[in-house]
Design a protein around this ligand. Sequence first.
Ligand code: TXA
Ligand code: MG
Length: 321
Amino acid sequence: MTLVSSDLARAAALLQQEQLVAIPTETVYGLAGNIFSETAIKGIFEMKQRPLFNPLIVHTHSLENVSQFVREIPPKAAQLAEAFWPGSLTLVLPKKNTVPDLITAGKDTVAVRVPNHPITLELLRSLNFPLAAPSANPFGCISPTRPEHVQQYFDGQLKMVLDGGACTQGIESTIVGFDKGEPIIYRLGAIAVEAIEAVVGPVQILNKKEHAPQAPGMLSRHYAPNTPTFLVDNIQEFIVQHPNKKIGVLSFSETVAAPQVHALQLLSPTANLQEAMSRLYAAMHTLDALQLDLIVAQRFPDTGLGKSINDRLQRATKGKY
Ligand code: TXA
Ligand code: MG
């Protein structure tokens, strides 16, 4: 049985014993282990069935602490850290030799983040090592935004989920790397491109078609439900074209009714992108559990957080059926 509990001392003890604990962050739950423990880190890759070439994010409690793991912090990286940490921003920076190669998949860079969740910040401050934590889901599946999602994925395999309630952001962090000091967005996420540009000026978004994936979160199929899922501009039209199916609808702000619509997840009745983002994965988990024939999701306006939401919806629907 996997224990869901807010017992910080117990979580810390397990981590000190090189075991794994699922931890809450403001983005999604992470599957955490001591970055210096080979046992723990191998355990993370095994439990997630994640390929070893896919590097992990190092979580720590402060910008000051980050300098122990990275060789340099370009000025624009420092500005971003100052603006967004603790928060949903991951920086990819040149690593020091103190960071084990298993964490970085042999790369010369390490991804670091100071998460913004009070319980996890307290946990990180109480430990004398940082935590590697990928999202706490089997590779390719929808990330967990509530303790029960983690429990469903890993029941029996994992000793403990540290209970921090529902994640307030609800999709993964925005990942930013640097080329000659200039920021490049490797993965869209919970901080909008526009918010990043407001701090450091125009940024490039890595073009998946031209580059091999830097971050496997950029693999085209990822974050996917088991139910065949479609992303469309016009939900009504899609429903009419599938008269004999049991359909689940993931809608931004509009209600949809038809005999074949068996479930509706309305993400934000007031059309608020932040609210829709925070509820997206939980809604996908709910629909995926209903044994529907199809899930149809509405494309979001392609600006601000809508761009990040569309990115996840595209990956949930791409090339699978
Ligand atoms: O919000 C988040 O970022 C969550 C929470 C738990 O912090 N974590 C998360 O981790 O999404 P994960 O492992 O599911 O995704 C991390 C991504 C992967 O796509 C990985 O390839 C990329 O970060 N990454 C890690 N180190 C990297 C590096 N050195 N260079 C480029 N990409 C890197
Ligand atoms: Mg993940």
